[in-house]
Design a protein around this ligand. Sequence first.
Ligand SMILES: [Zn+2]
Length: 190
Amino acid sequence: MCDKLKEVNGLTSEEILNKYWSVERNVYPIDIATILFKMGIRVYPYDFSKFDESDSQRKILGAMVANKKDIAFLYRQGESLNRNRFTLAHELAHCCLAHLDEQTIPYVEYRHDGVVTDKCEIDANIFAGELLIPTKELRTILSNEYPNALPKVTKLAETFAVSVNVMAERLKYLKLPYIDECDRKIYCVE
Ligand SMILES: [Zn+2]
């Protein structure tokens, strides 16, 4: 197996943050590119649009290549910064959660619109959310900035440099109430 993959296999998002983002804890947005750099994983933009099929919504968001020693991530050129940050965190999640091996790399990540049902994809999304929106940092912001009010999902999304959708999913996962982009109060059931 690839040495780098072996090295990151089994790491949790908290372990990654404590090891590669320790000095900057409580600094956000979390700089996923710097974390990957420190982990020795190189990232490159790539023009995947040439592979888009005109009659399909199926688009490549990113890819992962590896040799005996190293892994590199490619992300889709032209996407928003937030989208690419999430793609990189999601690819790292697949590595840490041991979803990949020699047989599945090179790995191609397609856009999943609608409801995601694949267990690996759901778990990678949760992991990426934990990495980009760590519980500790999120709770600090909520208690410091919103002691007596519900947080606005749009404002939190801006703070953590993620999409509103990713932020809302993270709050729902943690069962934290918030105000959505239409100013509705969302209470997540315990
Ligand atoms: Zn994936």
